[in-house]
Design a protein around this ligand. Structure first.
Ligand code: ITT
Length: 182
């Protein structure tokens, strides 16, 4: 079993969650970055991992995630980061104003790479876009995402409650299972 892997990310929330799940494997955070190609998030993550591995030459993971809204054929999907920086949650609520179908999901792709293997692990959580922003916890789209069978947004849940359900947790759990079999 690997003793340590590096998580290439600028987002400390992600790294903290990964450390909790992958323990006793140590998760080191590194912000060396990678080019985010415009493609499906599966390819963004794999490409990013390959790019970072060429420089770091150590076992590492890259995670790419996004919010996919059914009424807009999966938008913002791979553009989630840019859309969140530009029109923000307020802009998404505006787009959803007269929409009856508020179904959506978060998807997470974790790409793992070492000198022998490249592998991806997927996680998904389905839910609905709320009618208004609620809650101060979390980040990104959390205040407008209500997971299925719940009546609170991710923003109204503390980190532990959100992480029980999160797309990223599901992907990281699959990685954990696989790593511990190696
Ligand atoms: P990296 O450095 O790892 O790329 P990031 O914060 O840019 O971190 P992503 O590109 O994977 O993350 O995520 C795309 C956007 O999707 C991100 O900016 C968030 O706005 C949103 N997002 C992803 N996961 C989320 C979550 O668990 N809760 C709320 N929003 C999330």
């Amino acid at each position: 079993m690997k003793k340590q892997i590096t998580f290439i990310t600028g987002n400390e929330n992600k790294a903290r969650e990964a450390q909790e799940i992958l323990h006793p494997i140590k998760v080191k955070i590194s912000d060396i970055g990678y080019p985010e190609i415009q493609d499906k998030i599966e390819n963004v993550a794999t490409n990013g991992a390959e790019n970072a591995f060429k420089r770091l030459k150590k076992p590492l993971i890259v995670e790419d995630s996004g919010l996919f809204i059914d009424a807009y054929n999966g938008f913002p999907g791979p553009y989630s980061s840019y859309v969140h920086q530009t029109i923000k949650n307020k802009g998404i609520l505006e787009l959803m104003k007269n929409q009856k179908n508020r179904d959506c999901h978060f998807k997470s792709i974790v790409a793992y790479i070492d000198k022998d293997t490249t592998k991806i692990f997927k996680g998904k959580v389905v839910g609905k876009i709320a009618h208004q922003q609620k809650g101060k916890h979390g980040f990104g789209y959390d205040p407008i995402f209500i997971p299925k069978n719940k009546n609170k947004t991710f923003g109204q849940m503390d980190m532990e409650a959100k992480n029980q359900l999160s797309h990223r947790r599901k992907a990281l759990k699959k990685l954990d299972h696989w790593l511990k079999k190696q």
